[in-house]
Design a binder for this molecule. Structure first.
Ligand code: AMP
Ligand code: FE
Ligand code: FE
Ligand code: ZN
Length: 285
């Protein structure tokens, strides 16, 4: 069993990279991809932790791409975290966060629900700061009862303190991932807000930019959803992927490897994924 989409304290997960690897090994995963938002900062620790363990650590990252509908998230698998262009792109994305977070804090203060950004940074434990950390700080201050409520009332689109974030274009995300030898994978396709022929049009467009994989196993998918996505993968020659988008206690309903409990990403996917990475690296040479 695999899990090819997870987060650590390097972004908005709550387990440190080494803790995540230890948990993955304990539950018997064959391979784990660490795919933090906008950073490869957790990879050295995760790779070190996996050394000598019967588990493969797939170095990854998750980028948010500009979209007019829902969220287009591109996961890169087998990325090279020493690649300068990729790192420059990630640094840009983190800078956009650094511009956005104080803006959100300003709006929250104006609404009478102030948060202390220093406390937010502490909650983020040196990781990339995101809205989940702001939500946690709001819970701590007693402004809201739960992080969900913080998102609903304040932080999510339509919320009173929502500030959009500047994002890279999808084509640029794909180019950066491929340039570092990684396989670009469309993450949780349901979160694009598109379905049926509209989703297909997006996939076709991303494919023309170099998309090479798509998540067909996600926690919320039943077998018919997975089948529909597998058909799409087949049609557009995309490697199937799957992961839980595990965030630890930040998303307590999602278990590593198992999602809501019944998810199972088969080992067989990994060989095709690593072959795809090999192909992309050869092309780059
Ligand atoms: P950011 O990266 O700052 O834009 O925050 C996005 C992250 O917030 C996502 O990766 C999720 O981990 C989390 N998130 C997004 N929407 C919600 C929500 N409605 N409730 C809880 N967490 C959310
Ligand atoms: Fe997240
Ligand atoms: Fe995502
Ligand atoms: Zn994710």
């Amino acid at each position: 069993m695999l899990d090819l989409h997870t987060h650590s304290t390097a972004s908005d997960g709550t387990l440190a990279p080494a803790e995540l690897v230890a948990l993955a090994e304990r539950i018997g995963l064959t391979a784990l991809a660490l795919t933090d938002h906008d950073t490869t900062g957790g990879l050295p620790e995760a790779l070190r932790a996996a050394r000598g363990m019967p588990i493969e650590l797939v170095p990854g990252v998750e980028l948010s791409a500009a979209s007019e509908t829902g969220a287009i998230h591109i996961v890169g698998l087998y990325v090279d975290h020493a690649n300068e262009e990729l790192e420059a792109g990630l640094a840009w994305a983190r800078r956009m966060r650094d511009e956005r977070n104080p803006e959100i804090a300003k709006r929250l203060a104006a609404l009478g629900v102030p948060v202390d950004l220093e406390r937010v940074a502490e909650i983020a434990r040196c990781g990339v700061v995101g809205r989940p950390h702001l939500a946690q700080a709001m819970v701590e201050r007693g402004h809201v009862a739960t992080r969900e409520e913080a998102f609903e009332r304040y932080l999510a689109p339509g919320g009173a303190a929502y500030v959009p974030k500047r994002k890279l274009e999808p084509a640029e995300c794909i180019r950066l991932i491929r340039g570092s030898g990684g396989v670009p994978v469309l993450a949780h396709p349901d979160q694009t807000g598109l379905e049926g022929s509209e989703l297909e049009r997006l996939v076709a467009e991303l494919k023309s930019c170099g998309l090479a994989g798509i998540e067909v196993y996600c926690p919320s998918y039943d077998s018919s959803k997975t089948r529909a996505l597998r058909d799409l993968a087949l049609e557009y020659e995309l490697v199937e992927s799957g992961g839980t988008d595990f965030h630890g206690d930040a998303k307590p309903a999602i278990r590593l490897g198992r999602g809501f409990g019944s998810m199972y990403v088969p080992d067989a996917l990994l060989e095709r994924m690593s072959l795809a990475a090999e192909g992309i690296r050869k092309e780059g040479r």
